[in-house]
Design a protein around this ligand. Structure first.
Ligand code: SAM
Length: 232
């Protein structure tokens, strides 16, 4: 069966994981699907265009991101109900893991639209896999809330968490996060910082919350960060 063959006349949505940096990190199946669907819904069409150009794939695109998700989900529902095959991609990794795929599924699933996963990279799993921290059980927390009250509450709730915790953080809040980990979890808690995974400046730093805060306070903070924290 061709990968993107419609399963019936309702069309199919493919949730396609894409690289988190290194363009080689894409599966053969993902390329086949991206090359054969009717439409690609992308978080940032310019960003995805680079991936498609690299693999010589041409396909119409539609933007689907946090700010237009409500109207675009309805539009995609209509297209899928007409029998179109659509691939959903985000800027990096697996759609839905801390990026805007959830809303689309909430709209499509009550209409019985088939949804097919095309698995591949995710920064959380890549970081965890090299962290050296226990991986049998872990909690994915993604981004902590930005507002200080809710952020503090979340950190307090996580303080006693026995499982390894995986966090995403933007570069401009990254040092603040290390400071908060020292404050809430203690300076001795083991932490792993995975920066720019799969990219030219890939770096994995293992240490304690205190030692990592000390090093990062003196560095310029650039790139994408995933932070893995040892459980209590
Ligand atoms: N859906 C994506 C996934 O499956 O990994 C995550 C999307 S989320 C909007 C983006 C965050 O993932 C970044 O802010 C960063 O915390 C993390 N991230 C993405 N690429 C990364 C990389 N190459 N190295 C480390 N962390 C990364």
């Amino acid at each position: 069966m061709s990968e993107a063959a419609p399963t019936d006349d309702r069309g199919t949505l493919y949730i396609v994981a894409t690289p988190i940096g290194n363009l080689d990190d894409i599966t053969l199946r993902a390329l086949r699907v991206l090359g054969s669907v009717d439409l690609i819904a992308a978080e940032d069409t310019r960003h995805t265009r680079k991936l498609l150009t690299h693999y010589d794939i041409s396909c119409p695109m539609l933007s689907y991101h946090d700010h237009n998700k409500v109207s675009q989900a309805q539009r995609l529902l209509g297209l899928l109900q007409e029998g179109r095959r659509v691939a959903l991609v985000t800027d990096a990794g697996t759609p839905g893991i801390a990026d805007p795929a959830y809303h689309l599924l909430q709209v499509l699933l009550p209409h019985d639209i088939p949804v097919v996963p095309i698995p591949g990279p995710s920064a959380a799993i890549a970081a965890l896999s090299v962290s050296g921290l226990p991986m049998n059980r872990f909690v994915f927390e993604g981004f902590l809330p930005v507002k200080s009250g809710r952020r503090r509450q979340r950190l307090e709730a996580l303080r006693e968490e026995p499982r390894t915790v995986v966090l995403y953080e933007s570069p401009h809040r990254f040092v603040k996060l290390l400071r908060e980990l020292v404050e809430h979890f203690g300076a001795e808690r083991r932490v792993v910082v995975a920066r720019e995974l799969t990219k030219h400046y890939e770096e994995v730093m293992r240490g304690t919350a205190g030692s990592l805060l000390e090093s990062w306070q003196e560095r310029s903070v650039r790139g994408e960060f995933t932070v893995v924290v040892d459980g209590q």
